[in-house]
Design a binder for this molecule. Structure first.
Ligand SMILES: Nc1ncnc2c1ncn2[C@@H]1O[C@H](COP(=O)(O)OP(=O)(O)OP(=O)(O)O)[C@@H](O)[C@H]1O
Ligand SMILES: [Mg+2]
Length: 282
């Protein structure tokens, strides 16, 4: 069961200057402690939604609530928001600006006015969580794309947010880099961080997320990931592909090989493991 919302948009609407409405009447609650995938085609408003959730953009209508309270967009309110919700933008070059990785990651905690020892501890933990301790003294502009991406995420992690929001974090990563990032996110979830990720990769969403939020021209629908990604009509409306794993599970269930209550295997490895288990059961 989803817990209480840690951050929430209520009746939210937004349009860029001189542009048409990108989002309108959006009700969207992020339950604490869950992993949530925001899905939608190019231009559907994923990035806009994440920026509204993290306070970088302000709703034109409706409101943003954190832990049940309306966010005040003054200095105090925004500082409180920043320590609760952290957004990592898609392009690490829009996020990294300091000379070295260590300096970049320490910038946020230092700006909170934390004592030096606490800043050091947070930087060390964030670098460890993203498995980039060895990169601490390296100049950010000399890193590979995947390394810069991890450094940018470490900067957000060092703020110890309750909600970490990532805009297409796996875009541009090779399969190994993607696996390492997902493992790092699992570690953060294990320590209680709520993780939200925008993606158009339905297979990734299915294997990784508890919940999904799908943007369609008619609005946003949120719910358990298997339910939403098994809804062909919704996927067509959102112009998203159907996930492979759902097709495999549907076929196995129709043939009576897989029980309706068995979880859908999200990766080839999980499918192999399921196959080995069901062979043993005979
Ligand atoms: N700074 C901006 N000024 C004006 N219009 C914008 C701006 N940023 C986005 N838009 C428009 O808002 C709509 C939603 O864009 P957004 O970037 O939120 O979509 P997205 O789902 O993140 O797309 P993608 O998958 O390509 O990243 C698009 O029609 C886009 O053209
Ligand atoms: Mg985007």
């Amino acid at each position: 069961m989803p817990g209480p919302a840690v951050v929430e948009l209520v009746g939210a609407g937004f349009a860029y200057e001189d542009g048409p409405a990108v989002l309108s009447g959006i009700d969207f609650a992020v339950p604490e402690g869950r992993s949530l995938a925001v899905l939608g085609r190019n231009g559907s408003g994923k990035t806009t939604l994440l920026r509204l959730l993290s306070g970088g953009l302000r709703c034109r209508s409706g409101r943003l609530r954190v832990a049940g309270e309306d966010v005040a967009y003054d200095r105090k309110g925004l500082t409180r928001l920043r320590t609760t919700v952290q957004l990592v933008v898609q392009d690490p070059d829009d996020q990294l600006f300091a000379a070295s990785v260590g300096q970049d990651v320490s910038f946020g905690p230092m700006n909170l006015g934390l004592p030096e020892g606490e800043v050091r501890a947070r930087v060390r933990a964030a670098l460890e969580a993203l498995d980039i301790t060895a990169l601490e003294d390296r100049p950010t502009h000399l890193l590979s794309y995947g390394q810069r991406k991890r450094a940018a995420i470490a900067g957000a992690v060092a703020m110890r947010p309750r909600v970490l929001i990532l805009d297409e974090p796996t875009a541009g990563l090779d399969p190994h880099g993607q696996e390492r990032l997902l493992a790092a996110l699992d570690g953060l979830r294990g320590s209680g961080t709520t993780v939200v990720m925008a993606t158009h990769d339905v297979d990734l969403a299915l294997r990784w997320a508890d919940d999904a939020a799908v943007l369609t021209p008619g609005g946003l629908r949120a719910g358990p990931v298997e339910e939403l990604l098994g809804d062909a009509e919704l996927l067509d409306a959102a112009r998203l592909r159907r996930p492979w794993a759902m097709a495999v599970a549907r076929l196995l269930r129709a043939r009576g090989l897989m029980g309706a209550d068995e979880p859908v295997p999200g990766t080839p490895e999980e499918l192999d493991a399921w196959g080995a288990r069901s062979a043993r059961r005979g």
